[in-house]
Write a protein that binds this ligand. Structure first.
Ligand code: ZN
Length: 183
């Protein structure tokens, strides 16, 4: 088994108390566990992919423009990593197997070179962390499942603004995708 750690959308806008589309306290509550997970995987020389939502102001072509307030706008503080995860990234950025990759849809696979980078490294298992459990983590998990990856979701390293959606998503990962959902 060869793993990669995928850290999805842990931005200021999605996590900070005054973020533009914040998941609130549950998002802030995972920062220590997520930073510890990054540390653990980095120490083991596991590839780490920070996948980050990218928007441009008033983009009429992006489907999220009609669905959500503006968030994760290019070049703004809102699009930077948040809290302990930002600190941790500052310590490891530039290392050979640490990547920061823009994404423009919910799934970390949609329109990105993530699959190619995973294939080159013969990764068969993706460890999905970040925000939010029932949207971007869910869409990434669906694509990972359909592409044949094994999936691990540490439940202490994902969060949502929607407690019911969070629980349904974790159940779905486990029961319908055969994912290992760690307590
Ligand atoms: Zn977005």
């Amino acid at each position: 088994m060869s793993e990669a750690l995928i850290v999805i959308d842990y931005s200021y806008d999605f996590a900070a108390p005054d973020g533009k589309l914040t998941a609130g306290a549950p998002a802030q509550a995972i920062q220590d566990a997520l930073a510890a997970k990054i540390d653990l995987f980095y120490s083991a020389s596991t590839p780490i992919f920070f996948m980050m939502d990218l928007h441009h102001e008033n983009d009429p072509y992006h489907p999220e423009t009609a669905l959500f307030p503006p968030h994760n706008i290019e070049g703004t503080k809102g699009r930077e990593l948040y809290g302990r995860v930002k600190e941790k990234y500052g310590e490891i950025k530039g290392a050979q197997n640490v990547f920061f990759i823009d994404k423009r849809r919910y799934s970390a696979f949609a329109g990105t070179n993530l699959a190619q980078l995973l294939n080159e490294r013969e990764i068969d298992t993706v460890v999905l962390t970040g925000l939010v459990t029932d949207i971007c983590i869910m869409h990434t998990a669906v694509d990972a499942y359909n592409a044949g990856y094994k999936i691990v979701v540490p439940s202490t390293c994902v969060a949502s603004f929607n407690p019911d959606g969070h629980k349904v998503a974790l159940d779905h990962f486990k029961n319908s995708m055969g994912a290992v959902v760690e307590e």
